[in-house]
Design a protein around this ligand. Structure first.
Ligand SMILES: Cc1ncc(COP(=O)(O)O)c(C=O)c1O
Length: 377
């Protein structure tokens, strides 16, 4: 059996009959109507996504990195103030801080849900902290309620990076609705992905929403109405059409990921050499953008073994951001514990709505065989 990491077009079409035909027809209509930038289709998806996560404003932008940069800029934080973020995340989370002339402070993560570690966060908050970025990595919710409690009464802002967590919920409330402002990526490989780069900023705050709308469009809400220096980060109609089509069956997709993740959790639970994610299924809803295990020893050996068995795996991420040359002197790097060498232990197993139960069971079987052979179960 050959188990690929993902198959984007198969996953896109999951539970949607004639998916490709619908997309081609939709594109053809938009082209015939000269609908490329802005307009009804963009507004339609923005409304649909707001309704889906239950938030007042959704502002689509070019990609998830722009969304982070724009959201931080909209918060208008004091220049050179400190923004705390987890050290295990995609580089964009930190880049957006640096590009806004703010200081990156790295925080440790939990080894259960890979979210920001509240004990370390307590130590990292200082009088210079202006914001905290909670990243809902792998589609597992970060403890946003805990962060809110920790900073209650202060002026510190919360930005949620939900690039990997569309539909993830904490206590029946969607992530992205807890912070002051939040961001999403619709990169093709994301659970809800477009057919190119795409992203969005969401917020319940009207003033922040307006600022983001201007920031994405040269400081203007309509032609020649520039109020300040912005940029061009508008999402096009074609991508919005893809997203509008895909959001219809999105809940079925994340339900399917949950079914498959529970098979991994059941089948792999007795292997002592592995650490599985520890997630709160009772109160939260996880969307399993990735299914990440930690391997005590021999991670690379296991990876090579699975590869030989034609099973694709990946690492998210092979380095912590504090290991990068240009981030190694950032505040917080020297006091990290859980995330130390994490990139050498983690392994992402195949998971997506198009995988079959037998494929996931096959992956588990091969992992068990690997550890039995090594007599280290
Ligand atoms: C946690 C996180 N934040 C931000 C981004 C940036 O999104 P994009 O690739 O759409 O710019 C990503 C993308 O992988 C991500 O995983």
């Amino acid at each position: 059996m050959n188990v690929s990491f993902t198959n984007l077009i198969k996953a896109s079409a999951y539970k949607e009959k004639n998916f490709k035909k619908k997309i081609i027809k939709g594109f053809s209509d938009l082209i015939s109507n000269n609908q490329f930038i802005g307009g009804i289709q963009v507004q339609k998806f923005e409304k649909e996504f707001s309704k889906y996560i239950k938030i007042k404003n959704c502002i689509t932008v070019g990609n998830g990195t722009d969304a982070l940069e724009i959201a931080l800029e909209a918060l208008d934080l004091p220049k050179k103030s400190e923004v705390i973020l987890p050290v295990n995340t995609w580089i964009s989370t930190a880049e957006a801080v640096t590009r806004n002339n703010l200081k990156v402070v790295f925080c440790d993560i939990n080894l259960t849900d890979y979210g920001i570690n509240l004990n370390d966060l307590k130590n990292k908050i200082s009088k210079n902290t202006s914001a905290i970025i909670a990243v809902h990595l792998y589609g597992y919710p970060s403890d946003v309620k805990g962060i809110k409690k920790l900073i209650r009464g202060s002026k510190i802002k919360i930005l949620e990076d939900c690039a990997q967590a569309h539909g993830t919920q904490v206590s029946k409330k969607h992530v992205g609705t807890f912070g002051d402002i939040s961001t999403f990526s619709f990169f093709p490989g994301k659970n809800l992905g477009a057919f190119g780069d795409a992203g969005a900023v969401v917020t319940n705050n009207k003033v922040l929403a307006k600022r983001c709308m201007r920031l994405r469009n040269h400081g203007a809400l309509k032609k020649y109405d520039h109020k300040f220096v912005g940029r061009n980060s508008r999402l096009d109609s074609l991508q919005c059409f893809v997203l509008s089509t895909k959001i219809k069956t999105y809940n079925a997709k994340i339900q399917r990921r949950n079914v498959l993740a529970k098979i991994y959790l059941k089948e792999l639970k007795n292997i002592n050499s592995l650490y599985l994610p520890i997630l709160d299924f009772k109160n939260n809803y996880n969307t399993f953008h990735q299914f990440v295990i930690r391997v005590k020893n021999r991670r690379n050996e296991l990876m090579r073994f699975l590869n030989k068995e034609k099973i694709d795996t990946m690492i998210h991420y092979p380095y912590m951001l504090g290991d990068l040359k240009f981030y190694k002197n950032c505040k917080g790097v020297k006091t990290l514990k859980n995330s130390k060498n994490l990139g050498k232990k983690i392994l992402s197993l195949p998971i997506s709505e198009e995988h079959s139960v037998s494929e996931i069971k096959y992956v588990c079987k091969k992992i068990k065989i690997f550890f039995e052979k090594k007599k280290v179960i």
